[in-house]
Design a protein around this ligand. Structure first.
Ligand code: FE
Length: 146
């Protein structure tokens, strides 16, 4: 697990909504995380650490520790980004319309810290037919205990 001792906002249990400025996050987060989480960047397809993992466990927000996805909802997608058909709880993420880059997309943000995680599309598998197309850099995986 990544060391979060320089991140006073990090918690896997506290669900309080965070109001932290980008300026403050910039001091705390590694540049590769900040670029995606706060500047809404996208990692290159097939470049992230989780696009093809299938280990059992939980994916947390790499910025604030909020639980986001269970590996049970992860599916093998050919898109090159970690893909899930549902969030761990409905409130663990929130959505916003995104019309950047000449596209109409729905942005997915962390429900606790409002960091950009990726986008959601309606071409996923059953039962939800949704595809949460996420960036590995803003996720942190913790395997289930054996
Ligand atoms: Fe978060």
């Amino acid at each position: 697990m990544t060391d979060h001792k320089n991140n006073p906002y990090y918690s896997r249990t506290d669900t309080t909504h965070l109001h932290v400025s980008d300026k403050e996050w910039e001091k705390i987060l590694p540049p590769g995380v900040y670029n995606i989480a706060r500047d809404k960047g996208t990692e290159y397809a097939f470049s992230g650490k989780y696009w093809k993992t299938d280990t059992k466990g939980t994916y947390y927000c790499a910025v604030c520790g909020n639980p986001l996805f269970k590996s049970d909802a992860k599916f093998a997608s050919t898109c090159g980004w970690p893909s899930f058909y549902e969030a761990i709880h409905p409130g663990s993420v929130r959505y916003e319309n995104d019309t950047s880059h000449g596209m109409r997309r729905t942005e997915v943000l962390c429900g606790r810290c409002d960091s950009h995680l990726g986008h959601i599309f309606d071409d996923g598998p059953p039962p939800t037919h949704q595809r949460f197309c996420m960036n590995s850099a803003v996720l942190e995986f913790e395997p289930d205990e054996k």
